[in-house]
Design a protein around this ligand. Sequence first.
Ligand code: HCA
Ligand code: CU
Length: 447
Amino acid sequence: MAPPRDNFNNEINSNDNVVNTLRQPIVSPYANSRDPMSNVGNFKIIESTLREGEQFANAFFTTEKKIEIAKALDAVGVDYLELTSPAASEQSFNDCKAIVGLGLKAKILTHIRCHMDDARLAVQTGVDGVDVVIGTSSYLREFSHGKDMEYITKTAIEVITYIKSQGLEVRFSTEDSFRSDLVDLLSIYQTVDRIGVDRVGIADTVGCANPRQVYELVKTLRSVVNCDIECHFHDDTGCAIANAYTALEAGATHIDTSVLGIGERNGIPALGGFLARMYVSDREYVLNKYDVKAIRQVENIVAESVEITVPFNNYITGYCAFTHKAGIHAKAILNNPSTYEILRPEDFGMSRYVSIGHRLTGWNAVKNRIEQLQLNDLTDEDAKNITNKIKQLADVKALNLEEVDVLLRKYNNAKLTDNSHLLVLQNLITHDQLLSFNSNATVGITA
Ligand code: HCA
Ligand code: CU
């Protein structure tokens, strides 16, 4: 069951200054010294919910929905929005124009095949830039478009030259880069770099790459081109965010994300997860540039639109992302949140929740709840007594916070009225009795 986070804030009461001092540093003492080419503190996000995300199984975005998502992403402060190719359908063409017309802060890109017809359409939409892609792996050359490297290079030059001549930003990417021949890759990237492409892109289309391979490829590429490097990673084997991070360490400059990671198959780095990762590496950069409190809103919009729920373990906004349960954790968290938190929930507009109605609970957490409810006559001894009872009841079934509160209040009232608090505990054998307490207790609670 979800903690009642929105209507009941079981946060610690703490002196902010003390906590802030105690909470430095948040980074690992084992942090690597930064690679000279590293961009972990200086990167751009190409947000592709409206392109890669449209390839998610459940996605169908109306124009109005695209506009709503575009505005919500702009509120987060992402650097670019990437939109579905105008060549995909008439509506896709019109939607590009509509989003361009919004006058957002983010630059607007559309994503096309490496083809002159697509490039002409893209230019007509008024976008700021065009992301061009073509498959270079032997699989795609043989089974998809059937073109050889010579043809790919010739077309790439033609398309890039045209887009640039129209005054637009242009990126050239190879689909399935990690299963392409390295010599082919480097040679085509060098060629497009020479003719003035703004960015080259690497795409792990099938999600086969691991961080070490990513590091090697990006580092090598960094040494042969001068332009920016964008990276696009699929998450089939759970490496997408780690790969994105490593790519930045090796000198990549732009990372593709989508809200909740939606995309083809199981998608690409989630915007929230990627920002969580980057926050740990460079909190100031992330917080100064992006409004991370706005992530939740865009996730809700997208989740509703594609008919999924935000996963329980979602980065930052999953319902248990800031829930602490074990008594040992709860105690330490109450003393200093940095003990078990690398992300500060308040930075993300979230609240910490200390779960106390279960068999792993500890008396420090229960005592903290007593303090929050301002039951000032209860002592440590009382907190321990109540904790034992909670554990006993929770061995059968966990208590929710409301039930714990009922118990605390009943105990407190009994202590104050006729000193019968121990009897209350002694007579409390089942959960159901808490319900009857509840009806009695509610009468007794003034506010
Ligand atoms: C796809 C294309 C793409 C393109 C990535 C890019 C991929 O297969 O749908 O333009 O860099 O994953 O290769 O999303
Ligand atoms: Cu993709």
